[in-house]
Write a protein that binds this ligand. Structure first.
Ligand code: SF4
Ligand code: SF4
Ligand code: SF4
Length: 317
């Protein structure tokens, strides 16, 4: 086996920049952030060139939409960073911090109920870049899903946001047809004609909006777009399904402020080394939800950011 010359301190330093040691070698994989999983052809070309110029020519895609170039020697790391920066690309995505955002292709998907690329880019700007120096108890993963099909598994993230379209039934227009086209269109079995009127079971309805516009008598021609937010999901050594907040947000700014409050709450009330799921379990979901819907966390924002907390968090990758 080759003699390793990179010190543990240097390995730790470059890991914080997004360079992960290729085991048993002095080479590293450089983790490139794609912001929302969408890069330009020019950026693609630049990554391919960088892989040949500085790495071993191999490129891997991570499960969280980042791109890793393998086999970069330690002393080429800064050159590699400078080279990809010319195409607007950065490395990173490690540590007990807000991690790179993951989004599905909801912007172009036929089922998409929100602009997932645009929303993920905004979340990246505000909370990946904006909170990059803010230490947390552990990593904090965010996912943006375009609809309740949950392709990107938002409820297995520390915080997941899912596009919604809440059906607006005009009861006065409903004739209670024997064959109801809305009932037929509902994949959840939530819409049913009972006693001469369409009824939507709120416990079964996932606000997929597939029924909107399906009634020929205009009893269901409107749906309100919104955002459902799940908190406390995780997937890994331990698993937990996130729980949805009881409120479906119809205002994007409000939804974004809930994300910020969740990060602040995790920093302020999480114990170093625990994931958000554990913090929620310890504090109680109702308590956490009440705080996320109130203003206190944002009012204490500066105080929370200034506190000397989590100098060494629980993330190992
Ligand atoms: S979650 Fe919905 S919008 Fe996103 S890719 Fe899947 S089906 Fe499309
Ligand atoms: S929602 Fe429309 S199709 Fe369904 S029962 Fe009412 S009127 Fe008929
Ligand atoms: S929004 Fe979706 S789940 Fe709800 S009633 Fe309409 S089709 Fe069914």
């Amino acid at each position: 086996m080759a003699t390793l010359t990179v010190s543990a301190a240097d390995e730790k330093r470059v890991k914080a920049l997004g360079f992960l040691s290729n085991k048993g070698t002095d080479n590293f994989s450089g983790r490139i952030i794609t912001v929302n999983g969408k890069i330009t052809a020019e950026q693609h070309r630049r990554i391919a060139e960088a892989a040949e110029k500085f790495g071993n020519g191999s490129i891997t895609f991570t499960t969280r939409l980042t791109i890793e170039v393998q086999g970069i020697p330690y002393d080429k790391i800064e050159d590699f960073r400078a080279y990809i920066r010319e195409a607007g690309l950065e490395t990173g995505g490690t540590g007990s911090l807000v991690r790179p955002v993951v989004a599905c292709k909801g912007t172009t998907c036929q089922y998409g109920l929100l602009d997932s690329f645009g929303l993920a880019e905004e979340i990246h700007r505000r909370f990946y870049e904006g909170y990059h120096t803010v230490k947390l108890p552990h990593k904090f993963k965010i996912a943006v899903g375009g609809c309740p099909n949950n392709c990107v598994k938002p409820d297995l993230n520390d915080l997941g946001i899912v596009g919604q379209r809440i059906p607006q039934l005009e009861e006065d227009e409903c004739n209670g047809c024997k064959k109801c086209s809305v009932e037929k269109a509902c994949p959840m079995g939530a819409a049913k004609v009972e006693d001469g009127l369409l009824e939507i079971d709120k416990d079964l309805c996932n606000n997929c909006g597939r029924c909107v516009g399906k009634c020929h008598f205009d009893a269901l021609s409107e749906g309100t777009y919104g955002f459902k937010i799940y908190i406390g999901g995780r997937w890994g050594k331990k698993t937990a399904h996130g729980q949805p907040l009881s409120k479906v947000f119809t205002d994007q700014e409000e939804a974004l402020s809930v994300i910020e409050k969740a990060i602040l709450l995790f920093r302020e009330q999480g114990k170093t080394g625990e994931r958000f799921a554990k913090t929620i379990e310890r504090l109680g979901f109702e308590n956490v939800e009440a705080q996320l819907l109130a203003d206190g966390l944002l009012e204490r924002k500066q105080q929370i950011l200034d506190a000397d907390l989590h100098t060494s968090g629980g993330a190992t990758c």
